[in-house]
Design a protein around this ligand. Structure first.
Ligand SMILES: Nc1ncnc2c1ncn2[C@@H]1O[C@H](COP(=O)(O)OP(=O)(O)OP(=O)(O)O)[C@@H](O)[C@H]1O
Ligand SMILES: [Mg+2]
Length: 286
């Protein structure tokens, strides 16, 4: 029986550090708590990637409000060795050079952009080299974060990007397109009914009161290096969080992190409703 039984090993290692180091550790994205919605999505992706090549590759679209936890799930796919070496990753938000979709795609495959030229017509034709690279690398799927960024563009650009994606999911390339984005992404896909029918659609919902939310919060608590237990999975904290964050993942995590910082600065060493109230109204004033 140790003094810090309420903590996971990684947090136990941090709990005796100075306040400043603990504040920094808390504000880092240093932990990920598995939860049923995320593991269901990971399972779907594992099964889709395992489908043998066929005329039309199965595709998935995962939608969720801003901050619902989409990119964190992609990070879990990246962390899975078995999955990540069969997948190319494309993040539409990480495009500092404002590359066109086709060019981004080429660089996501590790090729210098410019090496492969895309047609300029509305209906893009994909360069033959691309099929070779995909086959050689045994790539089965393309995971796209912020899919909506490639679809909510001018009409000709939108049709071209859709036709690139559609071609990639056809028999020559056989790639499963796995797009993550806000709800509008699904509407944009439906412009091409034939293509959108290939997509299985999953939605990441905001949290509501449930056993899985309780165990998620218990998992979060174990990863926050505070000296005393807070009981984040208790009914008061749960209703406070749901009322003040609408159940949105990023607001919940950010409020808990800020409240933990208040708890360190005040010496209370546990997250109380008072600390959560301060976190909600002044997240950076600890
Ligand atoms: N399972 C999890 N465990 C712990 N923290 C999480 C988890 N999922 C998400 N978060 C945290 O919630 C915040 C928002 O998550 P994320 O960036 O994945 O959302 P998003 O849907 O991609 O947001 P955006 O729409 O802004 O791109 C991040 O700080 C992330 O670390
Ligand atoms: Mg994101």
């Amino acid at each position: 029986m140790s003094l810090y039984d309420h903590l996971a090993n990684s947090a136990m290692e941090l709990v005796c550090l100075s306040s400043d180091l603990r504040l920094a550790a808390i504000q880092r994205d240093s932990f990920y708590i598995d939860h049923p919605q995320a593991s269901t999505i990971l399972k779907i992706i594992e099964n889709v990637v395992a489908v043998p090549r066929r005329t039309q590759a199965p595709c998935v679209i995962v939608t969720g409000a801003p901050g619902a936890g989409k990119s964190s799930i992609i990070q879990q796919i990246r962390n899975s060795e078995a999955l990540s070496n069969q997948i190319a990753f494309l993040d539409m938000a990480a495009n500092p050079f404002n590359l066109k979709f086709g060019e981004l795609l080429v660089s996501s495959l590790g090729l210098p952009h410019g090496l492969i030229k895309f047609g300029t017509a509305r209906k893009a034709s994909l360069p033959a080299e691309l099929a070779e690279v995909i086959k050689l690398r045994k790539i089965k799927a393309l995971v796209i974060d912020e899919l909506h960024d490639s679809l909510l563009v001018s009409r000709p650009e939108q049709l071209k990007n859709l036709s690139i994606l559609k071609a990639l999911s056809n028999h020559v390339y056989g790639l499963s397109i796995i797009g993550f984005g806000v709800d509008l992404a699904r509407n944009a896909l439906s412009i091409d009914e034939q293509f959108s029918r290939r997509f299985y659609s999953v939605r990441i919902d905001d949290w509501s009161e449930s056993e899985s939310f309780r165990s998620f919060l218990a998992g979060v608590e174990q990863n926050i290096p505070l000296k005393k237990p807070s009981g984040l999975d208790g009914p008061d904290v749960i209703s406070f969080l749901l009322e003040n964050t609408g159940g949105r993942m990023d607001s919940i995590i950010n409020s808990i992190k800020s409240a933990a910082c208040y708890a360190i600065k005040s010496g209370e060493e546990r997250i109380t409703i008072g600390a959560l109230e301060r976190a909600i109204s002044k997240p950076w004033s600890y």
